[in-house]
Design a protein around this ligand. Sequence first.
Ligand code: FNR
Length: 374
Amino acid sequence: MLPALFSPLKLGPFELAHRVVLAPLTRMRAEPGTLAPHVLNAEYYAQRATPGGLLIAEASPVLPTGFGNPNVPGIYSGAQVAGWKRVTDAVHAKGGIIFLQLWHVGRVSHSSYQPGGALPLAPSAVAIGGDLKTMTADGKVASYETPRALVTEEIPEIVTAYRRAAHNAVAAGFDGVEIHGANGYLIEQFLQSHTNQRTDRYGGSIEHRTRFLLEVTQAVVDVWGADRVGVRLSPYGIANGSGEPDPMPLYTRAVEALNSFKLAYLHLLEPRSSGAGRADVDWRNVPSAMVLFRPIWNGVLMAAGGFVGDTANAAIADGYADVVAFGRYFISNPDLPRRLAHGFPLTPYHRPTFYGGAEKGYTDYPAYDEMAEA
Ligand code: FNR
């Protein structure tokens, strides 16, 4: 038993029974066409639900322009709301709590995913460069395109889309939402200087670059109340071509501004696991987000990235985090809280089945008790 990880915690209006959270995980297994969750997705989330345990459902675009991958579930249509309702019902039937992560990929897309084959949208016309490649909607490896810079008047419309998506999440029976401000996607593109070269009120100074994040947060808080809203950030991350030259001033300002909302939690991704969806990276000599920002953040701090039971327990016991989200090991261990509580061995994850497909690598990982019986 790891006492810190298994002590209860008040998070917003919820009494978490333990502090092992399912991290948001894109799995690309929504129904093609409607991009709505279906029976298989409900089974996957229900497998990972525990009484009083928090799950964060995978990043879900708030608009058709928000996709950069195939078969990702959306949260802007009636069919998607109905599909998500199946998921939340299945999780609630097991006593679980489930938040939805709201997403727009911005430039991390390709015209093949965009309505009318248009260019992806971003704060500025700056492409993801280097060696990074994307996969087009018809499965070809391609370079990233130079996105189209949003005109100022379009930006409040995207904020409104987050607001609509937040309402949809209410209708779909979620318990709260998390705003995806991490990993190089649209919100982070606004935050960081190399992807935001705007000269209007959304670009330039740190104050201007944080405006989009704060407007989205305000819109979502208007719908849900602050105590059911979390924000995920990845200072020092490098996913999807991101990286701020000097992250501290930017993220200090962002975290201080978020303090005033009194959110359910701030979710910080450790940079050692930046881009964990693409490869296993684990650098030793990078700053720790929770260590840096714990003194600045006034509320519940959720840490994620490269944790196992002992390190998660230590992070909580040492006061750096209040709750820890697990990604890859929660994929391969549907009963992860129980395994950590009892010190049972963990099943290794199988990276080739992370993205896309059906049951294999999704709902067919056994619980420890099932393995013992087999
Ligand atoms: C991710 N990650 C991720 N992050 C996020 O904010 N929204 C998402 O939808 C996804 N999708 C996703 C898919 C897959 C297959 C992986 C492996 C990762 C990042 C994830 O939430 C988590 O932060 C990292 O996996 C690091 O945590 P672990 O895996 O070291 O516990």
